[in-house]
Design a binder for this molecule. Structure first.
Ligand code: CA
Length: 238
């Protein structure tokens, strides 16, 4: 294995899932340490450096929620939460605790690896938050010039639409709840405005020519909110 392999801490109490996920990640070239309870997760995290954490929500000894809080006290390391099917509330709690993304069980290892890659890419981008131009090929966002180009043509966006797009596009792969988007885009914190975000997303999709049934950039995360994904450019591939 390459010495620059990304280091992942996998926290999952179901041994079958833990072993399968570990084997899959290792085949993909990641270095994986896995543990089966929350207490061990916190101990491992304090002893070693990791590039990403995969954290089950329901864990013995210390819940995933408390592990997430403990990690977030000292670190911005990307965290992917694993949750059981139907626990929408849990997913939202996970994101509000500071997890970056979540996966619902059962999930495909392919999907997990795609999320891991997206989050690690995002983490690489984070040391330069002052980036002025986000170039996703067909979609180019010039932040300082307040301009958006789709396939070379300028698209006219309102201030809110522009803010919404840049908020999502700065961190591809990160899921934002509607509430977070209300705060970031509209600048206020009031539940009644969550549906306003849906209207802005609808208008933004229409202007970008992004089909919600077959999205290129803006993805709906059902029951939660939205996320931005960019089709991978060849230079980004590992
Ligand atoms: Ca569990």
């Amino acid at each position: 294995m390459a010495s620059d392999a990304k280091r992942i801490l996998l926290v999952e109490d179901e041994k079958v899932i833990r072993d399968a996920v570990q084997a899959y990640l290792e085949r993909e070239g990641y270095w994986v340490r896995s543990v089966g309870d929350g207490q061990s997760a916190v101990e491992e995290f304090e002893k070693h450096t990791f590039d990403l954490i995969i954290l089950d929500l329901m864990l013995p000894k210390l819940s995933g929620e408390r592990v997430c809080r403990a990690i977030r006290d000292t670190s911005d390391v990307p965290i992917i939460m694993l949750t059981a099917k139907g626990e929408v509330e849990d997913r939202i709690i996970g994101l509000e605790l500071g997890a970056d993304d979540y996966l619902i069980k059962p999930f495909s290892p392919r999907e997990l690896v795609a999320r891991v890659r997206a989050l690690l890419r995002r983490a690489r981008m984070e040391p330069e938050p002052q980036v002025e131009v986000l170039d996703f090929g067909d979609l180019v966002i010039d932040i300082s010039g307040h301009k958006v180009m789709v396939e070379g043509k300028e698209v006219d966006l309102t201030a809110s639409e522009f803010k919404l797009l840049t908020t999502l596009a700065r961190y591809p792969g990160r899921v934002y709840t509607r509430m977070e988007l209300v705060e970031k885009v509209l600048g206020y914190d009031f539940e009644g405005y969550e549906r306003t975000i849906d209207s802005h997303v609808k208008n933004l999709r229409a202007k970008l020519g992004d089909d919600p049934r077959n999205p290129k950039w803006l993805y709906t995360v059902h029951g939660v909110g939205y996320r931005f994904e960019a089709p991978e450019k060849p230079a980004d591939r590992a």
